[in-house]
Design a binder for this molecule. Structure first.
Ligand SMILES: [Fe+2]
Length: 200
């Protein structure tokens, strides 16, 4: 017996073009999709994803700031490392934004929104010494990594294990970048006092 495959707009799955129009749930725009996660779960995931999209765009930019302005005897190694960190943050932004789209949300990834929403501490424009940059980027990676771990637990709790898995993947990548950056710190340089500058 031939299988009937539904196509968008066909009567067999009840999905019409009109249903693909996004609607507002609170302040989050969400469109219907055949994804079987409930609208309530998808809305919570989109909210969490966009929060981290803003922060990871900030992280990407902070690492570029360090890449451009670093000075010191290990210039080439650290200059290149910060460029790698920025590139990885850009990859995570892409993963987060496209997961948002897959759940029927709108990826809110403009610089304008990142400035308003990022939970990272603003990066100091007066930093030039390579060890201070290592301290600053370490602090930003650690803060973002902490929040991503919490987001993974949260999304698993409200029922979106795939988003939880994405956050876990990003968390693992951030931990790796943090290891690379911290490995460039002079022994004893990163102290609670020095880190306090980069904490909110
Ligand atoms: Fe460059």
């Amino acid at each position: 017996m031939a299988r009937i495959i539904s196509t968008p707009g066909s009567e067999s799955d009840g999905f019409t073009d009109q249903m693909s129009v996004p609607k507002a749930i609170g302040n989050i725009m969400i469109r219907p999709t055949r994804n079987t996660l409930s609208e309530n779960i998808r809305t919570q995931s989109v909210d969490l994803l966009n929060k981290h999209l803003a922060a990871v765009i900030d992280l990407q930019s902070q690492a570029k700031q360090a890449h451009w302005n670093v000075q010191g005897p290990n210039f080439i190694a650290i200059h290149n490392l910060f460029d790698t960190v920025s590139g990885e943050a850009g990859n995570y932004a892409d993963l987060i934004a496209e997961r948002t789209r897959g759940l029927g949300g709108i990826a809110e990834g403009t610089i304008h929104l990142a400035v308003r929403r990022s939970f990272l501490v603003p990066y100091g424009l007066d930093i030039s010494d390579e060890q201070e940059h290592v301290c600053g980027i370490s602090a930003a990676l650690a803060a973002f990594g902490q929040s991503v771990r919490e987001a993974s637990d949260q999304s698993a709790d409200f029922g979106d294990t795939s988003t939880a898995d994405l956050f876990t993947e990003i968390s693992r990548g951030i931990d790796h970048q943090l290891w690379l950056v911290e490995s460039h710190a002079e022994p004893g340089y990163i102290t609670p006092h020095r880190l306090s500058r980069f904490r909110s």
